[in-house]
Design a protein around this ligand. Structure first.
Ligand SMILES: [Fe+2]
Length: 308
């Protein structure tokens, strides 16, 4: 198994980097409370709507976070996300911040140190907030609490790069279960078999349900090469295979990933976020236990790496 690189696990003036307690593929960043408070105070009068309507303000707020935490912070998170052995980190501001507005501002600052955001057609803006509760009548697994949301990558039905994904927990009440399930591609025992299968490079049509507000069909290879490494794009719900062979391949691939012993069920406290490289990390969600007052809200942002 890989070891966390010692040159990244260290203390900086305004933050510490440690190995994530649940995965040696992830880092956890402990931010100093004073630094988070200073950033939020500087943007006390900035509203999420300003960030939504005036795109350049998202980069301005990112620059202010970089000024508070130091250039080392920005360099470190980008290095982690691009590193094939890792590609993900968690951090939290729940001790210092508690308002939804602060969470939106902070998440936006983080993502704009990484790159640019994709428009989220489901919400009609650059981020989406979605709630999981006891009842649901939507048209995908996203908000259905009591079933396993299978491992997948994001952005499969849009025709633009989706290099990374951020998820931040805004609220959680009466929630037992429902952990984020994560799988690093290189930890999946049967990667070689599925990546070298004849159907692996077949273009599969992907279409999204009405709630996603994307009507176009896109065609994805399940596996592709990037920087000499195998990457994946897959989600079971939106793939429309043309043949029995393709369908059997996708079904068995999904089952193999779900049963991998390398799946991590991530604990994410309220006010915490996880950022993953979406080209070689898969994510999903365990089923919640039934509760009439179940309530959980997440924010997501997705986008592309900045061009360097
Ligand atoms: Fe997703």
């Amino acid at each position: 198994m890989n070891m966390v690189k010692s040159d990244l696990v260290k203390s900086f003036e305004h933050f510490n980097v440690v190995q994530h307690p649940q995965s040696n593929r992830l880092y956890h960043i402990e931010l100093k409370d004073e630094a988070v408070a200073a950033f939020l105070e500087k943007h006390r009068d900035t509203s999420p709507q300003q960030l939504e309507y005036i795109p350049y303000r998202r980069y301005v707020i990112a620059n202010d976070l970089r000024k508070v935490l130091g250039e080392d912070f920005s360099k470190m998170i980008n290095e982690v996300l691009h590193d094939r052995e890792f590609g993900g980190f968690t951090l939290g501001i729940g001790k210092v911040a508690s308002s939804d507005e602060d969470y939106v501002k902070f998440a936006t600052a983080i993502t704009h140190l990484i790159g640019g955001v994709n428009f989220d057609a489901m919400s009609g803006k650059y981020y989406a907030r979605f709630t999981v509760k006891d009842t649901d009548n939507s048209d995908s697994y996203l908000r259905q609490a009591y079933r396993l949301f299978t491992l997948h990558t994001d952005g499969t039905f849009v025709d633009e790069p989706c290099d990374w994904l951020l998820m931040m927990k805004f609220a959680e009440e009466n929630a037992s279960g429902g952990e984020s399930r994560l799988l690093h591609l290189d930890d999946w025992e049967e990667l070689d078999y599925y990546a070298n299968h004849p159907v692996a490079s077949t273009k599969i049509p992907y279409k999204s349900p009405a709630s996603k507000n994307v009507s176009k069909t896109v065609y994805n290879n399940t596996f592709y090469e990037h920087n000499g490494k195998t990457c994946i794009q897959f989600i079971d719900q939106f793939a429309y295979p043309d043949t029995i062979e393709q369908a059997e391949y996708l079904k068995s691939l999904s089952e193999s990933m779900e049963s991998s012993s390398a799946v991590v069920e991530l604990e994410l406290p309220v006010g915490s976020l996880v950022v993953l490289n979406n080209t070689f990390w898969l994510h999903g969600r365990a089923a919640f236990e039934k509760h009439p007052d179940l309530h959980r809200e997440l924010l997501r942002q997705r986008g592309y790496f900045k061009k360097v």
